[in-house]
Design a protein. Structure first.
Length: 186
């Protein structure tokens, strides 16, 4: 879309293509990136902040993107990097907010399932980083394996291997109840 502006008898053409391009690329993955941010932060308000920071950072750098196909991996990588940066900065803070703690994940009405799910997630964090990230991107963020391969910078077969090995390693760490909960996730 080109807008024609004539201030002081000069003709200026203003292109709105940056915003339109961004919106066209963002719309198909908006739900997935939102879910990913929510999973990373475990808090609705923090997830919205992370999503807004990610959108802003990606919008500012959209012109540097070499291919439109790389946009999803660009968004997810940016979200993860911003989240990691906030974790590093807040690493030594000891503030506890009871309201925030109460908002952290209400996975189910059943407290037993909640406890088992929390244990499964904690054990997932003990996996090697690449397996953990692949499992989260595939099962929680609902990304395609091709997108995960772009985000992780590896081939499709490596992503498949990471998912298989990650699942096997995770299931080996769990007891029977936890396996049942994990099978609901995986």
């Amino acid at each position: 879309m080109v807008l024609l502006i004539k201030p002081f008898n000069k003709t200026i053409f203003v292109k709105h293509s940056k915003q339109e391009k961004f919106l066209a690329l963002y719309e198909p993955i908006s739900r997935k990136i939102s879910n990913y941010c929510r999973f990373l932060t475990k808090d609705k308000a923090e997830a919205e902040d992370l999503l807004h920071d990610t959108i802003l950072a990606c919008f500012e750098k959209i012109e540097e993107l070499k291919s439109d196909k790389a946009f999803p991996s660009f968004m997810f990588s940016t979200a993860f990097n911003i989240f990691s940066k906030h974790l590093r900065r807040n690493k030594f803070r000891g503030n506890y907010n009871e309201n925030t703690a109460a908002l952290i994940s209400d996975m189910s009405a059943d407290p037993q399932v909640q406890a088992e799910f929390s244990i499964v997630l904690e054990k997932m964090k003990k996996l090697p980083q690449v397996q953990y990230e692949a499992l989260i991107l595939y099962h929680i963020s609902d990304l395609a394996m091709n997108d995960i391969s772009e985000i992780q910078g590896v081939g499709l077969s490596a992503v498949k291997k990471r998912l298989i090995t990650g699942r096997e390693n995770l299931l080996a760490m769990l007891n029977e109840k936890q396996r049942k909960v994990a099978m609901l996730m995986l």
